[in-house]
Design a protein around this ligand. Structure first.
Ligand SMILES: [Zn+2]
Length: 190
């Protein structure tokens, strides 16, 4: 009988414009150079720039599959598992998937995958996005990236929403959000 192998979880988090997707693409590309195929996944709610690519704010891109929710990640991986070279599952915009993502990651780890999860740790109120506390407990390697505060230039860990909105998740890019340090961040009330 095959010995069950355990996977590895890497979490990359930080505010918008801190280079998270750039770091994810860098890890995917170096794994591909070593011969490991990667399934890159993003939520369908994010249709900025391109529907099926992971795209950084500076225009780097990598092909990705779009799913509606965390459960679909397992279904997709299940379908593609016949390919033995597929060893890595990369999940961008993890905050869109909610609490359910941590259970999905635990399952992927039990299947032996290297899982790389990327997303915003804090929302526009400064509260932690649900999947992250649970992901941190599963994580083998956590990278917290910081941006540059748009007001004072210090280390930014928050994402300031520039347009008032009641929704917790609003997709946007340059102009809609700014990186802010803890001192300059003004939590939205919505
Ligand atoms: Zn500041």
């Amino acid at each position: 009988m095959e010995k069950p192998s355990l996977g590895r979880l890497e979490v990359i988090c930080g505010p918008m414009f801190s280079g998270k997707t750039t770091e994810l693409i860098r890890r995917i590309e170096s794994a591909r150079e070593l011969g490991s195929a990667t399934l890159a996944i993003k939520p369908t709610t994010d249709n900025r720039y391109s529907s099926y690519d992971l795209v950084t704010h500076t225009g780097q891109r990598i092909q990705a599959s779009a799913v509606l929710n965390a459960a679909e990640i397992l279904a997709l991986v299940g379908e593609l598992r016949i390919s033995k070279s597929m060893k890595i599952v990369a999940i961008d915009e993890a905050h869109f998937f909610g609490e359910e993502l941590s259970q999905v990651c635990a399952t992927l780890l039990s299947w032996g995958f290297r899982v790389i999860v990327v997303g915003l740790e804090f929302d526009h109120r400064g509260d932690v996005f649900e999947p992250f506390p649970a992901l941190f407990t599963l994580s083998n390697d956590t990278t917290r990236l910081v941006g540059i505060c748009s007001i004072c230039g210090n280390r930014a860990i928050h994402t300031q929403r520039m347009n008032p909105s009641m929704q917790r998740i609003v997709v946007g890019g340059v102009g809609d959000y700014e990186p802010r340090c803890e001192k300059c961040f003004a939590p939205s009330r919505g």
